[in-house]
Design a protein around this ligand. Structure first.
Ligand SMILES: Cc1cc2nc3c(=O)[nH]c(=O)nc-3n(C[C@H](O)[C@H](O)[C@H](O)COP(=O)(O)OP(=O)(O)OC[C@H]3O[C@@H](n4cnc5c(N)ncnc54)[C@H](O)[C@@H]3O)c2cc1C
Length: 473
């Protein structure tokens, strides 16, 4: 690797080759350009490359390689660990590459690496189709799909990654390679859960699924007096709901504009992906009868409207620290812990979600993608979204305490897209990145082999990193 001090003329030369331009520390828009979703991540890149098209990717990678700059790849910038930015390195910002193309005949949706979930939903909804994605529409499809992708269609159609059928990738040495079932299948396998370790993905192709024009969905709101009954009924209900029903239990103090008061609530959010609304309503009625909510907010909404309904709770620039784990059970002991911690929520502050897993997600063969841990019945994600750095220690302590209290019910699995920058976080000194607990030893060994094939020098290491296997190791 050629290494020499970088001066302004080097950057000017780079800027001339990049269609979307570059941003340097002295530029007026530098602070805006360097910011990511999580305000706890405050880094100062040497240069931000704004790719105007995917043709800008290879020159940006070559510049970083030649000048020994650490590379941060950024799609939607939502990564909680802050992997979309870097101190003193090169940020490759792909936000402008957000085209989405839908082929209604093959039901294949092709998305650029800067597309957000809103871009996908807006493109697929007019065709009565949807790709399973996450629940906040400003999230980037790139990071979401490469890590997994939990959302309202998980039980019906699996993770976002499960629906990735092909990708185009620019490797660190500037080659463009295609990954599909027939071309470089090991790379496709690795991209389905292995994160941004293997190259810069410049195009994602997903299978889409039919979805009704209006989707039966909503939120059942429970006040504290009803939490135990509601959660016990919910646990029983989830034992045999059809795959079309995906639900997420959220504990939070409602934002003022929800007009639900200032006390914490537990909310059962749900979406029914089937075309028969009545079948969905019948399924929901069983829960409503077993645990009548204080506020039964049940609606039939266009998909993009439902998919963006929680956006305001998660504005860019809040402070965030997340912990998660798969859960084997949601029994009386787990519910006791949950209700104890639910009563401690504040606005602005913390919240937690319990995703009901299983269904199509659970039936995917563990070896068909690098996302492991298909046997978790539920998944808890504990997070925060506060504004004041003076509150960091208090909220982080809450999140870590609940995480610890839920360990007896844990399947041991962790989802990397819900993981924070433990080792980078001054509040958690020296915490490990924990890959074996994410992938398991067998998946990790295979991921290392793919890493060795595509990025043997580990130039792409600003991620939940998979160090390459050394030859003969
Ligand atoms: C408010 C909020 C809501 C969320 N909701 C959900 C949810 O419902 N379901 C869920 O599963 N997750 C959810 N997440 C987590 C989310 O999946 C991750 O944060 C994910 O990393 C975001 O992707 P991004 O492109 O926006 O992030 P970025 O920060 O832009 O990228 C994250 C990382 O992905 C890799 N990457 C990005 N683009 C590329 C590329 N083109 N090629 C190679 N590697 C690349 C890089 O390693 C990069 O550092 C949410 C996060 C937030 C902050």
């Amino acid at each position: 690797m050629a290494q020499h001090a970088i001066d302004v003329s080097d950057y000017r030369q780079l800027g001339e080759t990049i269609g979307g331009g570059i941003v340097l520390p002295d530029d007026a828009d530098y602070d805006e350009a360097r910011a990511v979703w999580n305000a706890m991540i405050d880094k100062r890149p040497a240069v931000i490359v704004r790719a105007g098209s995917v043709a800008d990717v290879a020159p940006a990678l070559a510049f970083a390689r030649d000048h020994d700059l650490l590379i941060a790849i950024r799609g939607g910038g939502h990564n909680v660990a802050g992997h979309g930015t870097v101190d003193g390195g090169l940020v490759l910002d792909l936000a402008a590459c957000n085209d989405v193309h839908v082929d209604p005949d093959t039901r294949i949706v092709t998305a650029g690496p800067g597309a957000t979930l809103a871009d996908l939903d807006a493109a697929t909804a007019p065709h009565g189709l949807a790709v399973p994605v996450g629940v906040i529409s400003a999230t980037g499809i790139a990071g979401l799909a490469l890590g997994g992708g939990f959302g309202w269609l998980t039980r019906a159609h699996g993770l976002t990654a499960d629906n990735l059928v092909a990708a185009e990738v620019v490797t660190v040495d500037g080659r463009t390679v295609r990954a599909s079932a027939t071309e470089n299948p090991d790379l496709l396998w690795a991209l389905k859960g292995g994160g941004g370790n293997f190259g810069v993905v410049t195009s994602f192709s997903f299978s889409a699924h039919p979805l009704p024009t209006s989707v039966l969905c909503g939120n059942l709101v429970y006040s504290a007096a009803n939490w135990t009954r509601a959660l016990r009924a919910y646990a029983r209900w989830t034992e045999d709901v059809p795959d079309e029903m995906t639900s997420i239990v959220t504990s939070l103090t409602p934002p003022p504009d929800w007009e639900l008061g200032a006390e914490p609530v537990v909310v059962v959010g749900f979406a029914w992906s089937g075309s028969e609304h009545q079948a969905g309503q019948d399924c929901l009625d069983r829960l409503l009868a077993a645990a009548p909510p204080d506020v039964p907010d049940v609606a039939r909404l266009p998909w993009p409207q439902w998919q963006s309904s929680l956006d305001a709770v998660f504005p860019r620039g809040v402070r965030a620290y997340w912990r998660n784990t798969g859960l084997n059970r949601l029994d009386g002991d787990a519910i006791d812990v949950i209700t104890r911690f639910a009563s401690q929520q504040t606005w602005l502050g913390t919240a937690f979600d319990i995703h009901h897993m299983g269904g199509a997600f659970g039936r995917v063969d563990e070896h068909s993608s690098s996302f492991p841990s298909r046997n978790a019945r539920y998944w808890i994600n504990i997070y925060g979204f506060w504004n004041d750095s003076a509150d960091d220690a208090h909220h982080v302590d809450f999140i870590r305490s609940l995480d610890t209290a839920m360990r007896p019910f844990s399947s041991g699995a962790q989802y990397l897209n819900f993981m924070g920058a433990e080792a980078d976080n001054p509040l958690v000194p020296g915490a490990p990145a924990n890959q074996p607990s994410v992938y398991g030893e067998a998946q990790l060994a295979r991921l290392r082999d793919v890493k060795l094939a595509y990025d043997p020098a580990n130039l792409l290491r600003l991620n939940h990193n998979i160090p390459p296997t050394l030859a003969g190791a």
